[in-house]
Ligand binder design. Structure first.
Ligand SMILES: [Zn+2]
Length: 591
């Protein structure tokens, strides 16, 4: 049974772990910040069982059992995870609709409420009171016809426009809350408020054209530019693509889909007459979504904005494309996003960009070449080797080695010799997909310790995940344990820009990750300045990375003293200087 993360959050917001634990551990007493008592999971005479109300977790220092509220119930009631969620949901008074019961009434209600909400938002944008929303969307260049065709709406800057107009019964209220349309007020009992306020509303339909959720773009100063409806029985973001219900026929006919990043991008393209265009729902495209497209066409073109966020998304879809037999190509706009580009330049120039899109390997090579002036010739060469190493066929590798020697204007034979050495001496050059590569024992020591320290730090200062998500390329971490944990933490943070640490136990319900997290969270951990502790870990790992590169150049120099020697020597010099700068920074900062 599938329980959407929003439902878990809802349950969590209504119960406190210490209250539930107390039902099973009568000896539980408050002591300082935490509660302690006799462990219900092993026999003991002095209490070693502890509950942290701040972190909403429990841990026994005697038998090392620990986790969040759902873990506790699953262990003490001997239930599996979904059963324990239901158990806690009952206590919290949160309805969980069972799919087994085939609750068609509920599904109908979900559709009815979504349809009603769509109509209310759409009516508002057309009313005199909705002038602000209409003005915004029209000023961007969206036509009246598009507003109608895509049923674009406006959620007014009101606390109860939807809550008052849409909700007719207690059940409606529960369903609307579980779909993330309204939220229960913390201040006033039995009162609900609208989730979408002062936002342009983009209704999201399933393949049959039924509204299943909404994306809302703020036109005020909310730092969350876009928000979406919650995952629900009808709205499973991984399986839905924005615009697919309208684009499906033309994707079939042209045997080609163009994937853009945003709702407005889709609308702009359709408006310009390019109708085989769709978008994922505010995240990088998933494997499920690519598979879904594969039902309708064999060629998929990813078209990205001319900024770095788009490129990050590209890196992810590149990994996915390896799994499918689809013909994947990637294009990047020279400026702006698809909406602005197609609206100002017209469909013909837009399609010219689409037609120059590249195969994934060529795209990766082009991006490496973009950084040529920063990375230098040797640095670029190594990065290109990493791209070529990922190719499966020897003939492909050979073809690309020829290509890059021409691109870099270096002797082809020495490039081939260097690549051969690179492959034999290969120190871990992590693949973008995070595939485990060969790992030297030294790397396990330094880098793994670094990442594990980082996780410990985040367990006690969860706000640091916002930095780590940017500073580290999680997919490239070799240590599987650290990668799994940091990946999940980053995902949780990216979902709604806030992150409470107990949620991590929804995903790790057993195994080494759970053991590690339990220990990490319950270590005596006193750090005066978490910010500088973070910087210290970060710099240490950067310095290590530089040393690692220097060693690799050294190895190349020794094994093939030849045409490119002076390039490697220059590169080593540059790296040494960079390292010196970092080290000075470390000492000034820490001492
Ligand atoms: Zn115990």
């Amino acid at each position: 049974m599938y329980i959407p993360p929003e439902t878990l959050d809802l349950i969590r917001s209504k119960v406190a772990i210490q209250d539930i634990v107390k039902r099973y551990v009568p000896s539980l007493k408050k002591r300082g910040k935490n509660y302690t008592g006799l462990c219900p999971f092993h026999k003991e005479k002095t209490p070693s069982f502890s509950v942290s109300p701040d972190k909403q977790i429990f841990y026994c220092f005697g038998c090392h059992t620990g986790g969040n509220i759902f873990t506790f119930i699953s262990k003490i009631e001997r239930l599996d995870f979904p059963e324990s969620v239901k158990f806690v949901a009952d206590i919290a008074g949160v309805p969980i609709i069972s799919e087994k019961r085939g609750d068609t009434d509920a599904l109908e209600a979900f559709h009815r409420l979504n349809r009603g909400a769509m109509e209310m938002y759409h009516a508002y944008i057309k009313s005199p009171a909705g002038k602000k929303g209409l003005g915004y969307i029209a000023s961007r260049g969206v036509t009246e016809a598009s507003i109608r065709d895509f049923a674009i709406g406006y959620a007014p800057d009101s606390w109860d426009y939807l809550a008052r107009g849409l909700i007719k019964s207690e059940r409606d209220r529960e369903y609307a809350e579980s779909m993330g349309l309204i939220k229960r007020s913390q201040k006033r009992a039995n009162s609900h408020y609208d989730v979408f306020r002062n936002r342009i509303i983009f209704p999201i339909s399933d393949i049959n054209g039924r509204v299943v959720g909404f994306g809302g773009r703020t036109i005020g100063d909310d730092p969350r530019k876009y928000i979406n409806s919650s995952e629900s029985q009808v709205f499973k973001k991984r399986n839905i693509l924005y615009g697919l219900n309208r684009a499906r026929e033309s994707i079939k006919e042209l045997n080609r889909a163009i994937v853009v990043e945003g709702y407005l991008d889709v609308i702009g393209c359709h408006q310009a007459g390019i109708t085989n265009v769709i978008a994922p729902l505010g995240t990088a495209i998933t494997a499920d979504q690519i598979r879904l497209l594969g039902h309708y066409c064999t060629e998929i073109i990813f078209l990205f904005d001319a900024d770095s966020a788009g490129l990050k998304a590209a890196a992810r879809s590149l990994d996915l494309s390896e799994e499918t037999n689809l013909n994947i190509r990637i294009g990047m706009l020279p400026q702006g996003d698809p909406f602005d580009y197609v609206t100002t330049k017209g469909p013909r120039e837009f399609m010219a960009v689409v037609d120059t899109s590249l195969r994934p390997t060529d795209f990766r090579i082009a991006r490496v070449m973009d950084d040529f002036s920063a990375a230098g010739r040797a640095g670029t060469l190594l990065r290109l080797f990493a791209v070529i190493r990922d190719l499966k066929l020897e003939t492909e590798r050979s073809e690309y080695l020829k290509k890059i020697s021409a691109l870099l204007n270096v002797d082809e034979n020495s490039v081939r010799a260097d690549f051969k050495n690179y492959m034999t001496n290969q120190q871990p050059v992590p693949a973008t997909s995070g595939r485990p590569g060969p790992v030297s024992s030294e790397q396990v020591d330094v880098v793994t310790r670094g990442y594990r320290d980082l996780i410990r730090l985040i367990c006690h200062h969860p706000e640091l995940i916002s930095k780590a998500a940017i500073d580290f390329t999680i997919g490239e971490i070799q240590d599987q344990l650290a990668r799994n944990i940091l990946w999940k933490m980053t995902e949780l943070y990216n979902e709604n820009r806030e992150f409470s640490i107990d949620k991590i136990f929804d995903f790790f319900t057993s195994g080494p990750e759970m053991d590690f997290l339990n220990q990490a969270m319950n270590d005596e951990f006193l750090i005066e300045n978490p910010g500088s502790a973070y910087t210290e870990i970060y710099l240490k790992m950067k310095v290590y990375e530089i040393d690692d590169k220097i060693n690799r150049y050294d190895a190349l120099l020794k094994s093939s003293p030849g045409v490119n020697s002076n390039i490697y020597l220059t590169e080593i010099e540059v790296l040494r200087r960079e390292k010196e700068k970092l080290l000075n920074f470390v000492y000034n900062k820490v001492s």
